[in-house]
Ligand binder design. Structure first.
Ligand code: NAP
Length: 268
C-alpha cells in the first residue's frame, strides 16, 4: 500500500468503506468511490477532500453490485480515470436478520448476488488489469461470519464463507504474479449494517441491533484494516468483542463454540 496509488473502494457511501476512504485520502491515494447512492458518495468525496485529497483525485463511480451487465463498462470507466487500478477493496455488502425457516429463497439469492456474485464479477474484471500492470492488491470484507456459523445469518454466513474460500483460492493462483490478496474479517463494527440487513421476506430489518450498537468504532476499525494491509497480512481480523475469541474457541474447543452460538438465539 503506497502513497499516490489508485484505490477503488466499493461500499464507499457508508460505514467501513467511508472510513477507509478517508484514511486513504489522507495518504494521497487517487480514489474511486463506488456504491449505489450518488449523493452519499459525493458526501464521502467531500470528507476525503477535507482529509487531504485533491478534488480531481477522487472519482465518484455509481455502481450497483448486482448490475452485472453494466460492470464491464464500469471497470473501463474506473480504469480510464487514472490509467491504472492498484487496489480494489471489495467491501459492499448486506447482512441478514432472519431464521432459515422464515427466509425466502429470493432473500438468499439477493444476499448472494450482492455479497458473492457481485464481488466475483468485479474481481474477475479487475484481475486482468492487475495482471497486465504486473502488480495489484485485491481485498474483500468478509466477516467473522465467514469463519463460523451463527443464528439468523444462514445466508450471510454462507455468502461470507464463500468469499473466504474464493479469495484464499485466488491468493494461491496469483501468488507468483505480484498480486497481493487479503481478506478482512470484522466482528461487530458500529455501522448501518443491521439497519440495511434483510428480513426473511427481503425487507429491511431497519434498526441497529445491540451487537452493532456496542461494536467497535468504525474509524478505529478502518485504522486496523489499513495497518493490516500495510503489514501485508493475508487475513485481517478486526473487532473488540467476544466474537473475536470465537475463532480460537472453534479451533481448540469446537463443541464449546457450538453451545455458545446455539445459546445466542435472539438477534436483537
Ligand atoms: N459492520 C459490521 O459489523 C460488519 C461485520 C462483518 C462484516 N461486515 C461487512 O463490511 C462491509 C461493509 O459494511 P458496513 O458495516 O460498512 O455496512 P454499511 O454501512 O451498511 O455499508 C454497506 C455498503 O455497501 C453498499 N451496498 C449495499 N448494497 C449494494 C449494492 N447492491 N451495490 C453496491 N453497493 C451496495 C452500501 O451503499 P449503497 O446503499 O449506497 O449502495 C454501503 O456503502 C460489508 O461487506 C459487510 O458485510 C460488516
Amino acid at each position: 500500500m503506497k502513497k499516490g496509488q489508485v484505490s477503488w473502494i466499493t461500499g464507499a457511501s457508508s460505514g467501513i468503506g467511508e472510513a477507509v476512504a478517508q484514511l486513504l485520502a489522507a495518504e494521497q491515494h487517487k480514489l474511486i468511490l463506488s456504491a449505489r447512492r450518488r449523493d452519499e458518495l459525493e458526501r464521502v468525496k467531500s470528507l476525503c477532500i477535507q482529509a487531504g485529497a485533491k478534488a480531481e483525485d477522487v472519482y465518484v463511480l455509481v455502481l450497483d453490485m448486482t448490475g452485472f451487465d453494466a460492470m464491464e463498462q464500469k471497470v473501463q470507466e474506473a480504469h480510464g480515470q487514472f490509467g491504472r487500478i492498484d487496489f480494489l477493496f471489495n467491501n459492499a455488502g448486506i447482512s441478514q436478520r432472519s431464521l432459515c425457516v422464515d427466509s425466502e429463497l429470493h432473500t438468499y439469492r439477493k444476499l448472494f448476488e450482492v455479497d458473492v456474485f457481485g464481488q466475483i464479477a468485479l474481481t474477475k474484471l479487475v484481475l486482468p488489469v492487475m495482471l497486465e500492470q504486473g502488480s495489484g492488491h485485491l481485498s474483500v470484507t468478509a466477516s467473522v461470519a465467514g469463519k463460523i456459523g451463527v443464528p439468523y445469518r444462514t445466508g450471510y454466513c454462507a455468502a461470507k464463507h464463500a468469499m473466504m474460500g474464493f479469495f484464499d483460492a485466488l491468493r494461491a493462483e496469483v501468488a507468483r504474479e505480484n498480486i497481493y490478496v487479503s481478506t478482512v474479517t470484522p466482528g461487530f463494527i458500529r455501522t448501518n449494517i443491521s439497519n440495511k440487513a434483510l428480513n426473511g421476506d427481503g425487507s429491511e430489518f431497519g434498526k441497529m441491533d445491540q451487537d452493532i450498537q456496542t461494536g467497535m468504532d468504525v474509524h478505529r476499525a478502518a485504522r486496523k484494516i489499513v495497518k493490516g494491509w500495510k503489514k501485508g497480512k493475508a487475513e485481517i481480523p478486526v473487532g473488540k468483542g467476544v466474537e473475536m475469541h470465537a475463532l480460537w474457541i472453534k479451533r481448540f474447543f469446537p463443541k464449546l463454540l457450538q453451545k455458545i452460538v446455539a445459546r445466542k438465539a435472539a438477534p436483537v
